[in-house]
Ligand binder design. Sequence first.
Ligand code: AHR
Ligand code: AHR
Length: 518
Amino acid sequence: MTNFKASRRNFTTALIAAPWAVRAQEAPLTARVKLDTERVIGDIDPKLYGNFIEHLGRCIDGGIFEENSPLSDANGFRRDVLAGAKNLPVTQLRWPGGNFASNYHWKDGIGPRDSRPRRLEMAWGAEETNRFGTHEFLQYCEQLGTEPYICVNLGTGTWQDAQQWVEYVNSGADTAMTRLRKQNGRAQPWKVKYWGLGNEMDGPWQMGHRSAEDYGKFALEAAKLMKWTDPSIQLIAAGSSHFASGIDWIGWNRTVLDHLKRHADYLALHIYVGNRENDYYEFVSSAIDISERTRTAEGVINAALSSEPRNRRIYIAWDEWNVWYRARGPQQRGRRILEERYNLEDALVVATMLNAFVNNAHIVKIANMAQLVNVIAPMFTDGKQLFLQTIYYPLQLFSTHSRGQALSLLVDSPKYESKRFGPVPYIDTSAAYQNGQLVVNAVNRHRERPIQVHFDAQDKEFAGEVEISEVNGPDIKSENDFGKTLVQTKRRTAGAKGRRLSVSLPPHSYTMLRAKLV
Ligand code: AHR
Ligand code: AHR
């Protein structure tokens, strides 16, 4: 039966330190997870662990880019932020927005930095220096070792702007655009593969907002010109995900796909969740929305593709997602905009959101946490230092280890009743399998009680050492800060043998198990 034994020292520490230990004597809660390495959902695209940087508050300026700071390298990139991004690692990076993208004129951001025009920025009520532009972004991606993803301006921009941006960045031809690129210091094209066709064009808050019909037609012409410039690029259409804002999100997606189904490779969806009501159990159920909306969007994609050849595919890109509800409010000029501070319950929600992406790995092929630093972000800086927010830790564990194929799990867990979703299991899971290595992600949503979970392998056996990485903290509201790390990953190991691995998951925790299957 149970062949799992935590090392004595860690186990003892856990019992003494954990407030749930006494209550645990009441009636133990148990759950069962059946896993079978042949039941594959799909390949986990590494781009599920992407990120996003926007010209917004202190994300770029004062986050990744701080010229003349002793903390920055010769390119003006903050070394501590770059190291933090490498340690996630970030597998894809979206830029320049976001709402900012819809009035961004990329030619303002090339050439000698001191000659670039300052512009009034209307998405977030700021002034844009243009000192960080295309060359800086692509240089940053090279240093970080990540896949760039550029979102073009389909708000106030033209088809020609979009086409010439692809030409400037990707073309090997000898043209005015490529000569300009060379003159600005870059001989070889960068060959950026992922291009977004605008941002949240369904929203009235967007500069250059259009109806689905108007956007579909406009984006189609941009898409044609962009793909004719470089047929190897992949295009991400701006879908709608704002079903709470009175926008007909399903209708928008269907109309847009009718126009773009032969040109778009991905449909972009966004999701931000929050805990405005301060209702823990409702909040930690939020990720169910991702699975439900994914299923609906997949149906819309299938309907649009029903008249197309069978090999035509459109995937889903959740290219903005996170917890975001505190630092919203009205437009602000200046610095502290959208500087959300995260706590443990937010980290648990992030882990369940990542579970939802992995559990839909057959159709979700891109996901970009919004955003990388300072602005609704896993890293936070001031002029002197950096700290890792609580949400950094689950993202890091997923990005580092949840690779390979996603497995379909049978989860039999005690449940609670949620107002929005009905019965919700306390245990939320996903699993990845690759070369005999199993990774299981398990969140125990229970606020007070541990749950003993039996992981039952159907077609193989556990063998050798199990690595157990747990993200937890003293309280669901615990936050990290400069010089204070209350929530982080703690690792221990244990042995496992046979078909069953049993692990006690502490209350309000996210645990990643890495085990060998033979
Ligand atoms: O990430 C912050 C903002 O959220 C983005 O600019 C916009 O696309 C979304 O509404
Ligand atoms: O805050 C304005 C808009 O409202 C955001 O861009 C969008 O994400 C949200 O629905």
